[in-house]
Design a protein around this ligand. Structure first.
Ligand SMILES: C[S@@+](CC[C@H](N)C(=O)[O-])C[C@H]1O[C@@H](n2cnc3c(N)ncnc32)[C@H](O)[C@@H]1O
Length: 289
């Protein structure tokens, strides 16, 4: 396991800042670009066009593909850390899946607007680190959350998920970030950091005549497959299947590599091959023994 930092410019300010890990619901909401409602809540197609298709470089569509190939419509599914619930709503609307969404909290406005658009929407408040769900389910979904958890919290998470599943029930889990290896270290701790510290600061200095500081944000943790599988195994969750997706995402975070990939087909092909070592999305299907 390795701590995962993200770097950005301290817009308009000279000082450097360190920002800690998100813990409160509102901090998570800010990191997700806000959980406000907007014009996309006017119709189902507007909602899915904005928050499902192509969202975060197609992240949710990869989840959808894996979930559909591992869960059945007649199963009772609990989604944890659902956020805006776009994946869950798409599965319910276009597939008839029976999903109860949950998260640390939800704003009255988002609950009301979501229910207005999708009358079958079900939501409960659930802090999965504080307690298991009050009933057991055939399957639990957890998409893009475990990067927030240190090792102790990850164990608590698997314990509570296991307690929320019936025997034989499944956990569909997204690694929520690339693995911990030399290539991801080089990208995150060297390339992305020094692009901000030197290149993008210098670029901004030339265009605005201001020298800005750097924000170092503790974004979360990166883990290998083996670490995730071992932690799940401690609580009776055994790996049934796994698939990797999103091979270019980490490269595209880089200002320089993003330009190179956009400009050159051969570069895109090479980085797609290299990206097999750092898939941004690793989907796991565990079953409770
Ligand atoms: C990165 S967002 C992912 C949202 C959504 N699943 C998605 O893929 O777009 C992480 C979510 O985890 C939720 N979360 C963080 N800690 C949690 C906890 N202990 N229990 C339940 N949800 C939690 C946050 O509130 C946030 O909505």
């Amino acid at each position: 396991m390795r701590k995962w930092y993200k770097y950005s410019l301290n817009a308009g300010e000279r000082g450097n800042i360190f920002a800690g890990l998100d813990e409160q619901y509102l901090e998570h909401a800010v990191s997700m670009g806000g959980y406000d409602t907007d014009k996309a809540y006017n119709s189902k197609s507007d909602f899915f066009n904005k928050y499902f298709f192509g969202y975060h470089l197609g992240r949710l569509q990869h989840y959808d593909e894996f979930i559909r190939s591992h869960l059945r419509k007649d199963e009772h599914i609990l989604s944890t850390a659902s956020g805006r619930c776009a994946n869950e709503l798409y599965l319910m609307e276009h597939g008839g899946y029976n999903i109860t969404c949950s998260d640390l909290d939800i704003s009255d406005e988002m609950y009301r607007e979501t229910l207005k658009l999708f009358p079958q929407y079900k939501f409960n408040k659930l802090n999965i680190l504080a307690a298991p769900a009050p009933q057991t389910y055939d399957a639990v979904l957890n998409l893009s959350m475990i990067y927030l958890l240190d090792d102790d919290k990850l164990r608590t998470f698997f314990k509570h998920v296991s307690q929320s599943l019936r025997p034989g029930g499944k956990l569909i889990l997204d690694s929520s970030g690339s693995t911990d290896n030399y290539l991801s270290y080089l990208i995150h701790e060297c390339l992305l950091k020094y692009e901000i510290v030197y290149l993008l600061r210098a670029k901004r200095l030339l265009t605005t005549a201001r020298l800005e500081g750097v924000v170092t944000k503790h974004h979360g943790f990166r883990r290998t497959d083996r670490e995730i599988i071992a932690a799940a195994g401690e609580f009776g969750l055994k790996l049934q299947d796994k698939n990797n997706y999103a091979f270019l995402v980490d490269f595209k975070r880089s200002y320089l590599l993003n330009k190179l990939i956009a400009a050159s087909r051969p570069a895109e092909a090479i980085f797609t091959i290299l990206g097999k070592y750092i898939p941004y999305i690793r989907m796991f299907c565990f079953y409770k023994t």
